[in-house]
Design a protein around this ligand. Structure first.
Ligand code: B4P
Length: 184
């Protein structure tokens, strides 16, 4: 049973690696960023609310992401494990998740802290060129990461759930390191 959370700055490779590992393990890859972008594309009420925040590199309000994560984790395909990519991004979201997992009987998650230096992640994201990958928005996302998300390293470290992985390697090298962790 693998239940993993991917933590790390934007551009560290969370989305890239979480998808590869979820395919390898045949468990769902749950990316809040992907779900929000799909909602924006489909012009749903959630997408309309999320768009302005994402365009500016700000976090979407907790209630919106928490509701979507709760709904997703209650689907039957999560019974054999899951990878959460991009959630939680704040201590308040982590506290919410802890309660939710307890309620639905899915605790015992491990947290991968995928890290890479600022100059590396900025170069990667500028190369990708998604709508929120302009230099100004990337800088803001990094600031938000430092203020809101980085405290989760201590949060999960204190709970002995944190596993550090160096994201400043080729995608194949990162995948190999992750496979060793989930399948030693
Ligand atoms: P996300 O979609 O989670 O995006 P991200 O942090 O920018 O990283 P991503 O996972 O996409 O990129 P990756 O490192 O894989 O979030 C976007 C926005 O959604 C947030 O700013 C926020 O507004 C909102 N949001 C999402 N979750 C939220 C939450 N919980 N609460 C509130 N708001 C939320 O890859 C980046 C690039 O690097 C790619 O081009 C990839 O090919 C390349 N790359 C990856 N690994 C590499 C490697 N090892 N070497 C070289 N290049 C690599």
């Amino acid at each position: 049973m693998t239940r993993l959370i991917f933590l790390g700055p934007p551009g560290a490779g969370k989305g890239t690696q979480a998808k590869t590992l979820a395919d390898f393990l045949h468990i769902p890859h749950i990316s809040t960023g992907d779900i929000l972008r799909q909602a924006i594309q489909d012009q749903t009420p959630l997408g309309r609310k999320a768009k302005s925040y994402m365009d500016q590199g700000e976090l979407v309000p907790d209630q919106l992401v928490q509701d979507l994560v709760e709904e997703r984790l209650k689907q039957p395909d999560t019974q054999n494990g899951w990878i959460l990519d991009g959630f939680p991004r704040k201590v308040t979201q982590a506290e919410f998740l802890q309660e939710l997992l307890k309620t639905i009987g899915q605790s015992g998650e491990k947290v991968i802290n995928l890290d890479a230096p600022d100059e590396i992640v900025v170069t990667r994201l500028l190369g990708r060129g998604r709508a929120d990958d302009t230099e100004e928005v990337i800088r803001r996302r990094l600031e938000v990461y430092r203020n809101d998300t980085a405290p989760l390293i201590n949060y999960y470290g204190d709970r002995h759930q944190l596993i550090p992985v160096n994201g400043d390697q080729s995608p194949e090298e990162v995948t190999a390191a992750l496979k060793k962790i989930v399948n030693p």
